[in-house]
Design a protein around this ligand. Structure first.
Ligand code: GDP
Ligand code: IMO
Ligand code: MG
Length: 449
């Protein structure tokens, strides 16, 4: 690499760091897509750094609704450039279907979307293996309730170093290696009692997709680092949430990537000391899709109301989301492992009609009060929420655009969340649309005024 490509002198004070990571602070679906869309107004580059099309980010632009799975939500704003970083797993057919949908929605993506040549491919055999694992009735195999997009098996191949990367699509031996991997994984499928994938149909599907993807594949590590050193604004768009992180989440009921802010560095090749700040997105309550412990989960009318008013159905699989009160232990943990500078607190309007609102401030674990998150899933499953109760505001908030105009009880609720989690709320979201967002007095300075 020519040194001239990275020639900005960062020691001379000319260098302005304008990079921001956005991550989910709960179990995903916090409203990251909407907040990314709001923040994209300021950014030049938007980069996904992990996950695949297991994500479902819903963005409402006027009367149009877009559901993005792999493509960064930044694609919806003209003139912004989007990156799928090396930490992502890319399903070629899923990616192209999504691209066609975005284009059909009137978005010009030409020259605005780049795929890292180091990104892993999630291929048809990964999907088949994911489905097979989820339906396996075999003693100790835990059902995760995955999205069945092949995410786990694709990351497994990355780690065992047999994975195919986007950059391999440009090489002469791609078909040969693809055939080899199909054979390998077919053996596992047959061993587990499933049908093997048809060799020719699978090869044709992947090679057909490769032809369309190749013009978008490039060295995005270089692109992003050059942009960062020029002081251009880069927004790293996280998928899933902290509690789904492969290391820090509620293992084994997690996804297979690092969803926390550190993943932005490893998943794009932009070093950690080039990342300026971190925004954590949390709902004003909690939801979860799939299996696994969820201390504040509700099975009563309150939970049903959250699901109904919040329209809590998975954007990728359509599964109903489990709902519960805000868990400050989880959010505090998210502040710790992500270094959250500000919260974007979403879906506050969903609580508009609740007479009283509960916040989980600690857990009761086998009779002992704890204020941290236990690492072991059995201990976490034993945690019962210790609640604090606050009065609701019982009035609509969706039309409100300023911090001062929010009802006092609502501001008190937000202040309490800030206290309990040790991070300020910079943004409050009171509806799914772009303008249904309030910048608080604590919002990042570069966004105020
Ligand atoms: P993501 O995966 O974190 O991007 O979140 P999802 O898009 O899966 O789920 C969030 C859902 O809530 C989407 O349908 C959004 O349109 C919607 N949404 C986002 N913010 C708000 C809000 O403040 N109020 C309401 N009522 N809906 C919101
Ligand atoms: P966004 O980006 C919520 C969950 C699945 C399952 C677990 C593992 O929209 O917030 P996987 O298919 O990744 O192997 O599934 O993770 N999960 C999500 N839950 N939002 C998501 O993404 C999710 N992506 C995966 O339900 O419990
Ligand atoms: Mg989602």
């Amino acid at each position: 690499m020519s040194p001239a490509l990275l020639s900005v002198d960062t020691t001379k004070g000319k260098y302005l760091m304008a990079t921001r990571v956005l991550i989910g602070g709960q179990w995903g679906d916090e409203g990251k897509g909407k907040i990314v869309d709001v923040l994209t107004e300021q950014a030049t580059w938007i980069a996904r750094f992990q996950g695949g099309n297991n994500a479902g980010h819903t963005v409402k632009v006027g009367d149009q609704k877009f559901v993005l799975h792999l493509i960064p939500s930044g694609i919806l704003r003209e003139g912004k450039t989007c990156i799928l970083g090396n930490g992502c797993v890319i399903d070629p057919s899923g990616f192209l279907k999504e691209l066609d949908e975005v284009r059909a929605g009137g978005i010009n993506t030409e020259g605005r979307l780049w795929i890292s040549d180091r990104a892993q491919l999630a291929l048809p055999y990964h999907r088949a293996l994911d489905g097979a694992r989820e339906t396996r009735d075999c003693g100790k195999t835990v059902k995760i309730g995955t999205t069945r997009r092949g995410i786990g098996p694709a990351y497994a191949d990355k780690m065992t170093r047999m994975g195919l990367r986007a950059g391999d699509m440009l090489e002469d031996d791609f078909e040969e290696r693809l055939r080899h991997n199909i054979e390998e994984h077919n053996r596992t499928l047959v061993f587990q009692g499933h049908d093997p994938l048809g060799m020719e149909a699978t090869v044709a599907e992947v090679l057909g997709a490769a032809e369309r993807m190749i013009p978008m594949i490039t060295d995005t590590t270089l692109l992003l680092n050059q942009a960062v050193l020029k002081g251009e604004e880069v927004l790293f768009e996280g998928a899933q949430g902290t509690m789904l992180d492969i290391d820090h989440g509620s293992y084994p009921f997690v996804t297979s990537s690092n969803t926390t802010s550190g993943g932005a560095a490893t998943g794009t090749g932009v070093p950690p000391n080039r990342i300026r700040d971190v925004i954590g997105v949390v709902k004003a309550y909690t939801t979860r899709v799939g299996e696994g412990p969820f201390p504040t989960e509700l099975f009563d009318d309150d939970g049903m109301n959250m699901a109904k008013v919040g329209d809590e159905f998975g954007a990728t699989t359509g599964r109903p989301r489990r709902c519960g009160w805000f868990d400050a232990v989880v959010a505090r943990y998210a502040v710790m492992v992500n270094g959250v500078n500000w919260w974007a607190l979403t879906k506050l309007d969903v609580l508009d009609a609740f007479k009283t609102i509960k916040i989980c401030v600690a857990y009761d674990m086998d009779g002992q009060r704890i204020e941290y998150l236990p690492a072991h899933i059995r201990r976490f499953a034993a945690c019962r929420p210790v609640y604090e109760e606050m009065p609701g505001w019982n009035t609509p908030t969706t039309h409100i655009r300023t911090w001062e105009a929010l009802p006092e009880a609502c501001r008190n609720y937000i202040r309490r969340i800030e206290e309990l989690t040790c991070a300020p709320a910079g943004f409050v979201s009171v509806g799914p649309k772009r303008d249904e967002t309030i910048l608080t007095p604590n919002a990042p300075a570069d966004l105020k005024g």
